[in-house]
Every structure is written in C-alpha cells, then in structure tokens.
Design a protein around this ligand. Structure first.
Ligand code: SF4
Length: 320
C-alpha cells in the first residue's frame, strides 16, 4: 500500500488503494492498474522495436532475480498465443553459496510455467569457475571479478543460445540497469555503448543471437512491485563480489538524483538512445563495423583477432 505524508494514497485511475507512487509521472497506481501498465509498456516496446517479428524460439536469460522472473513470465504470456517457443537459460558462474541457492527457485518457476530450463556453467565452458579465477588473480593487479563475470556470461549465453537454436535472446535489463551501464561507460571512458542496446548487440552478425531487452523502459521499483503482486519468490542472495565493482556507487548516485529530480532516469535513458543511435549508424557504415572475424582460438565472432573471453583466459594463464 502506498503512503505519502502519513496518508494512504488512492490510485489515479480508480478509487482503490494505490500500491505504488510514481514520482516521475506524479501519479499512483493500484494493483490492477500497475500490472496492466507494466504489461502494456512491455508490449509497446516489443512492437516498437519489432523484437519478436519473425521469431520462432526465444531464449530468456534468467538469474533467479525479480527482473528475469518478470521477463520470463510476461514473455511466456505474450509468446504462447503467437506459438513462439520459450526456453529459460541460467548461467552458473561458480560462486560458492550464490547460484546454488537460486537454482532451485529457477527450477520451480520454469516448471510452474512449463518452460524448459537450460543451465550452463563457466566451469563447463572455460574449465574455471569464477571463484577459481579470482583465486588465480590473487596478488595480481588483474581485471575485476565483474569484468570476468560479464564477459564470460555473454560468451556462455550466446553459446547456449546457438546450441538451442534460439533466434532471440531476451535479457532482463530494466531502466535502472540501462542508466547505470551508460553512466559506468562514461565514467570508465569505454566504447561499449552498443552492448546494451534495446535490440541487437555489440556486433551485428548472424553468429550472434539477436538480443532483446523488453524491460528496458520499466523502472526497477515497478518490476519489484509487479513481482510481489504476482507472488514470485525471489531468493535474495548477494554476490560476494558485488562491492568490487563501480555499479553500487553509480546506483546510489543515480537514485539520489532521481529522488531529488524525478524523471532523471528517463532523461538519461533518452540521451543514451540518441547518442548510441548516432554512434551505431556511423560504426556500421565504417569499414571496421563491417569486418567481423572469427576468434583465432575458439572460433566465436569478434571484432578483433581474439575474442574477449579467450584474451582474458590467456592473460590469466600467463600469470599463473
Ligand atoms: Fe558477477 Fe559481479 Fe554480478 Fe557478482 S556482482 S554476479 S561477479 S557481475
């Protein structure tokens, strides 16, 4: 129940008690209208970006968290009448005490929905779990756990998606994730804007399964309330490496801006969409953008001669 200044808030669309107040829209929504609003916006995003046009099989990357639960639930609801197959994909990074608590919940949700679940681990694909990698990195000034995790996870998901012959790979990034990634990209002066576009990926190539982010305009808070209203159980297990990255600081900074200036996250997202479109158009019309190689070690597509996964692994093994 939403409460403001000690008073119960009513839904702006009907007279029922509101479950959430949306400062950026200066409105409040009851249970029925929040569920309807989230689903309507996801459908609009899918239509606007033609995310499912021609799709036959969607792979949904799930983590056990609320975003991927909501994504799987809504996509399954949309895909069923369209006769599009849905498979959930879960990556086990090999972090002790983390994924092992989440996997049973993922199994329960997928079995309740009747969706097949494919689990793949870093260990199977690279011979190393993330814990083993971080032990090997000890006393060396190497990459952070989150860098290894992000690169290996993209590699793992793409590999499994190709193996399952899925033609769309849905990722549960919400508005907050998009804004944080954009800000981190600026703070690190990185050139990775393509990596989290609403549709497509870092490299446009048929060897990469097309990624879609149907939740990219939905704030994290609305997804969390939607998940609670739908009765999804989310086991909250914090990754032991979480504080090693820049993200928690960026998240707190953006949240404090949003509470002072409601609507800030949407403005940052809009700026990202405009900037990334311009850069993307320029990149794909350049010679560099047209040239996609096969990694000389694993054969996966890459814009360099060796893909990022093999390059990280080689550096790690050289240091051992
Ligand atoms: Fe991976 Fe970093 Fe997230 Fe942990 S916090 S799951 S290491 S990206």
């Amino acid at each position: 129940m939403a409460v403001r200044d000690g008073k119960m808030v009513k839904c702006s669309l009907c007279n029922k008690s509101a479950v959430i107040h949306l400062s950026y829209a200066n409105s409040s929504l009851c249970e029925k209208h929040l569920i309807h609003s989230v689903e309507r916006r996801v459908k609009r995003t899918i239509r606007e970006y033609k995310m499912l046009d021609g799709a036959k099989h969607i792979g949904v990357a799930i983590s056990g968290g609320k975003d991927s639960q909501v994504l799987l639930y809504i996509l399954h609801k949309i895909a069923k009448p369209m006769r599009i197959k849905v498979t959930a994909i879960l990556v086990d990074e090999g972090i002790e005490g983390y994924r092992d608590k989440i996997i049973p919940e993922a199994k329960k949700l997928t079995s309740d929905l009747g969706v097949p679940l494919e689990i793949v681990s870093f260990k199977e694909l690279t011979n190393y779990s993330l814990d083993e990698i971080m032990k090997m990195q000890k006393n060396q000034r190497g990459e952070s756990s989150c860098t290894f995790c992000g690169v290996f996870r993209r590699y793992a998901i793409n590999k499994v998606a190709k193996m399952l012959k899925v033609d769309r790979l849905a990722i549960g990034h919400n508005l907050d994730d998009m804004v944080q990634s954009y800000m981190m990209n600026i703070l690190r002066n990185e050139d990775l804007l393509f990596r989290f576009k609403p549709i497509g990926g870092a490299i446009e190539d048929e060897r990469f399964v097309m990624r879609i982010r149907p939740l990219f305009r939905i704030p994290e808070k609305e997804i969390a309330v939607y998940a609670v209203l739908k009765g999804f159980k989310s086991v909250f297990v914090e990754c032991p490496y979480v504080n090693e990255g820049l993200r928690p600081m960026v998240r707190d900074f953006v949240n404090s801006l949003e509470s002072k200036y409601p609507g800030t996250k949407f403005k940052i997202l809009q700026n990202y969409l405009e900037v990334s479109k311009k850069i993307s158009d320029q990149f794909y019309s350049s010679e560099e953008g047209k040239k996609i190689n096969s990694c000389s070690i694993c054969g996966e597509p890459t814009s360099s001669s060796v893909c990022k996964t093999c390059s990280l692994l080689s550096k790690l093994l050289r240091k051992e």
